[in-house]
Ligand binder design. Structure first.
Ligand code: C2E
Ligand code: CA
Ligand code: CA
Length: 496
């Protein structure tokens, strides 16, 4: 069937309208949820604002910039959006070391107040890191005016903070990048601003605008670092198993709940990394993963973890023949071009079947580059892997993702736990996630279950798969084996 241009235009128009209506619905649901959260001042929202300055933090910044670009990108002539990243200088660190936390917080708040006051409605202010502020400007202002604004910011920050007890002066460097010319998506735009900022810091310049040749230089450096890393990789892989260890946390699919226990239908385990560092002691995985992501070390660590987990699963196959593993995949791993090939090799080496492995990917990871992500997920599914959407409900336009990305499982984040027991927006959202999940044939997992009451509530809303301290904390290998041996009859007794 052939359609003429006019018909094609109409079809496209209708499809666009349909998509926009859907997007609008999802967005208004998210906004309503956010408003409800704001009223309740609950922990999930606290996580979006810095406690000391009251400013939105990096999670909120990530969300906002993502959604704004998404909106503006659809316009025929998108306006210019500029990002100014402001890094406080060494003096700020000295202040931190020299003063007690109350005084330090006071100084930080003063700097934030100055910025709020001077910016007023000219831009949105964020506090993404302890020593960094960020400003988004939507006014399509010229580079000349942007530079003027940046110098104003510098002057406001570096004015002496003076009271009877102390007298302090903090300086800053500023990196600037603008959408669309310096980056068409969130990742590119923020990375351009970051590159401009590191140039400013490196050269002791107050204000630096991003330019493409800076990126080329950074890429050159990174490639060199990667070469170095792969050169030491053999050694690192060996050392990794001495430094890192795997913990396993049970994920239980419940058949039914009886008076004194639970009949189980299925067992999985989430693999969680632990670092045995002789100097730092036990490092929290979130910090470890963050650093590993930043340095690129996540690639060898992730590869080791995948291989070590799958080797363990193949050892366990005879004993626990139904057990499946759920493995966290970090954004950098997921977006690494060799990822699928790497998995293929590990499957061959360990003899594990792909459909016994769930790959956990967070929705914020998918937001970065949706087309690539969608293709990659399809490739992994075609190889047989199961895909879990992790930390669900903490990112932007979550419900839309259920349809867009072909996942098998969705994990409702633990921030929803407190919404389980009381009637309200969170509970309604949990219900709709479960409903949509089931309609799309997805397994819905509730994580962070700590008490029997929470388990029963989530069960009554239609969830059947659970993870949390109520069943077990993450366990080292031997203790996990004991746990599994205790479940051989597919029954778990409630603690007395
Ligand atoms: P996650 O993927 O959301 O993992 C679940 C986290 O919740 C784990 O923290 C687990 O110990 C904790 N948890 C489980 N049940 C409960 C509960 O009932 N209550 C509470 N309050 N917490 C519970 P953990 O092990 O500290 O890991 C934190 C995060 O670090 C993980 O969050 C994941 O994002 C990351 N991570 C851990 N291991 C790996 C890994 O091997 N690779 C990657 N890429 N990330 C990892
Ligand atoms: Ca996870
Ligand atoms: Ca999670």
């Amino acid at each position: 069937m052939s359609v003429d241009n006019e018909e094609a235009a109409e079809i496209i128009n209708n499809l666009r309208n349909e998509r926009d209506t859907l997007l609008e619905k999802i967005r208004s649901l998210m906004i309503r949820l956010e408003h409800a959260e704001r009223r309740q001042q609950n922990s999930s929202l606290m996580m979006l604002y810095d406690e000391v300055t009251g400013l939105p933090n990096h999670h909120k910044m990530d969300r906002d910039i993502g959604s704004m670009l998404w909106d503006f990108f659809k316009l025929p002539k998108p306006p210019k959006i500029s990002v100014l990243l402001i890094k406080l200088d060494e003096n700020f660190n000295h202040v931190r070391q020299a003063f007690n936390p109350d005084v330090f917080n006071n100084i930080l708040s003063t700097l934030a107040e100055r910025l709020k006051l001077m910016l007023d409605t000219r831009g949105l202010l964020y506090h993404p890191r302890l020593d960094e502020f960020a400003v988004f400007i939507f006014d399509s202002i010229s580079d000349h005016d942007l530079a003027g604004l940046a110098y104003d910011i510098r002057d406001n920050i570096s004015g002496t903070i003076d009271n009877q007890v102390y007298r302090v002066k903090v300086g800053c460097n500023i990196g600037i990048a603008s959408f669309p010319e310096d980056g068409l998506n969130k990742r590119m735009l923020l990375s351009s601003a970051d590159i401009a900022l590191s140039y400013a810091v490196g050269r002791g310049a107050d204000v630096v605008f991003f330019s493409e040749d800076m990126r080329q230089k950074v890429i050159g450096n990174l490639e060199m670092q990667n070469d170095l890393l792969s050169a030491i990789e053999v050694k690192t892989l060996f050392e990794l198993s001495e430094n890192f260890t795997l913990y396993f946390q049970p994920i239980i699919t419940v058949d039914n709940i009886v008076e004194d226990g639970i009949n189980c239908e299925d067992f999985k385990a989430e693999v969680l990394i632990r670092w045995k560092d002789p100097n730092r002691g036990s490092v929290l995985p979130r910090n470890l993963i963050e650093v590993a992501e930043e340095t690129g070390l996540i690639l060898p660590i992730g590869r080791w973890l995948l291989k070590a987990s799958m080797m363990k699963l193949s050892e366990w196959r005879r004993e626990y023949f139904n057990l499946k593993l759920s493995i966290n995949i970090s954004p950098r791993q997921f977006f690494n071009r060799g990822f699928t090939e790497e998995l293929r090799v590990i499957l061959n080496e360990t003899g594990v079947r792909a459909d016994d492995i769930y790959l956990e990917i967070t929705e914020s990871c998918l937001f970065n580059d949706q087309d690539y992500a969608s293709e990659e997920i399809k490739k992994l599914s075609d190889m047989g892997f199961k895909i879990t959407l992790d930390d669900f409900g903490t990112g932007y336009s979550s419900l839309g993702y259920l349809n867009k990305f072909k996942t098998d499982t969705v994990k409702i984040d633990k921030i929803f736990i407190e919404g389980l027991s009381e009637e309200g927006k969170k509970r309604e959202l949990i219900k709709s996630i479960v409903k949509i999940g089931h309609e799309l044939d997805l397994d819905v997992v509730f994580e962070g279950i700590e008490e029997l009451e929470q388990l029963k509530e989530a069960y009554s809303l239609g969830c059947r798969t659970f993870q949390g301290y109520f069943f077990s904390r993450p366990l080292p290998v031997e203790e996990f084996e004991q746990f599994m041996n205790g479940c051989k009859e597919n029954y778990i007794a409630f603690p007395d």
